[in-house]
Design a protein around this ligand. Structure first.
Ligand SMILES: O=C(O)CCC(=O)C1=CC=C[C@@H](O)[C@@H]1C(=O)O
Ligand SMILES: [Mg+2]
Length: 374
């Protein structure tokens, strides 16, 4: 079994719609109802691997959407996987390499193959990826708040749960003074800001004021494709810059390192095209002393499980966005749900993603299902 290649028998794509407990507000808008695709890849022995798509309904974070993911999977990616056996999940990204971008679509099904591969090897996904940690440190990402008192209450309650890093969304008009107000109330809070590309180099003088606030980092202050201007800004700021939206490939990372565009990189599996690429980016960052952490995309349980496994790699030295299931969902689609204790998540040791699928929950959230066979 161990060396035998994977021949996919069937791939099932389920479209789910889940309502988040609270809307998540950013400089782009607000998300409360999340549609995504749950991918089940079934092999020659009837075993299932699971993946989850992370593209949003509108292309505001990257160019991809739920609809583009569906199209790519159906017309291009699944046929490429069904046509011949796969010896190792690394081959999935090789097989997809001639398709430009569409990284979230690629990652969704590649994740299912990684899960399947780990299950066939009888090891956890974390171990299959080469991760060694048995627990991971986690942080929380808070959307733009309704009011400051409400935000302070939220911070207090997440502090009680032990979250080790607090990320606040900022935008022009709600930045320096907003963060200063938080800092005044919470002088020791491990905090950072995420601008989601809301500024340009013209704002450098304004952004320099962030240096007085003892931030762990500022995430993606400038253009979503930019590497060059970030290098210029990093020269002017003491606060480390972390790149998110600008990083899609190993080349992007290589350019950012060469130019000095950031000191930290947020690795999101979907944005970079899958676990194989995420691991390669991790390795390159380790070689160059760039710290990394795992970014979130408001995932349900399957995507969350993939993030947990990836975070067990050694260069994930900073707490990521991977909070517990209950921060987002009334009921998650995995069992047990992801729980956070004292700011850490215990990495599951069962084969593959290490969580079982909650099929009843999947049925409750299901809005569409398609089956693809050889
Ligand atoms: O999953 C989480 O909790 C992190 C959420 C988060 O911060 C983001 C999710 C999706 C797009 C962005 O708004 C954002 C980010 O930029 O990191
Ligand atoms: Mg971000």
């Amino acid at each position: 079994m161990k060396d035998e290649s994977i021949q996919l028998n069937k791939v099932i794509i389920r479209k789910l719609e889940m309502k988040m407990k609270h809307p998540f507000k950013t400089s782009y808008g607000s998300t409360q109802t999340k549609q995504f695709l749950l991918i089940e890849a079934i092999d020659q022995d009837g075993r299932s691997g699971w993946g989850e798509s992370v593209a949003m309904d509108l292309p505001w974070y990257t160019e991809e959407t739920v609809k583009t993911t569906e199209y790519l999977l159906e017309d291009v990616l699944i046929p490429l996987l069904l046509k011949s056996p796969i010896d190792h999940p690394d081959q999935v990204s090789e097989r997809f390499a001639f398709i430009r971008r569409n990284n979230m679509a690629k990652a969704s099904v590649e994740g299912a193959i990684w899960d399947l591969y780990a299950k066939r090897q009888d090891v956890s996904l974390a171990r299959a990826l080469g991760g060694k940690k048995s627990t991971i440190d986690v942080g929380i990402s808070l959307g733009l708040p309704e009011s400051m008192p409400q935000l302070f209450e939220q911070i207090e309650s997440y502090l009680r749960e032990g979250y080790k890093r607090f990320k606040f969304k900022i935008k022009p008009g709600q930045d320096v003074a907003f963060l200063r107000a938080i800092r005044e109330v919470f002088p020791d809070l491990p905090m950072m800001a995420d601008a989601n590309s809301a500024y340009t180099l013209k704002d450098s003088e304004h952004l320099k004021q962030l240096d007085d606030l003892d931030l762990m980092m500022i995430e993606q202050p400038l253009g979503h494709e930019d590497i060059l201007d970030h290098a210029e800004l990093q020269k002017q700021l003491q606060t480390p810059i972390c790149l998110d939206e600008s990083i899609h490939s190993l080349d992007d990372v290589r350019h950012a390192i060469r130019l000095g565009s950031c000191q930290i990189i947020n690795i999101k599996i979907g944005r970079v095209g899958g676990l194989t690429m995420a691991k390669r980016i991790h390795d390159l960052c380790a070689k160059h002393g760039i710290e990394v952490w795992c970014g979130g995309m408001l995932e349900a349980g399957v995507g969350r499980a993939h993030n947990i496994a990836l975070t067990t790699l050694s260069q994930f030295t900073l707490p990521g966005d991977t909070a517990g299931s209950s921060r987002y969902w009334f009921e998650d689609i995995i069992q047990p749900e992801v729980t956070v204790k004292k700011g850490t998540i215990e990495v599951p040791t069962a084969p593959g993603i290490g969580y079982a699928i909650n099929h009843d929950a999947v049925k409750r959230y299901l809005i569409d299902e398609k089956v693809y066979t050889m």
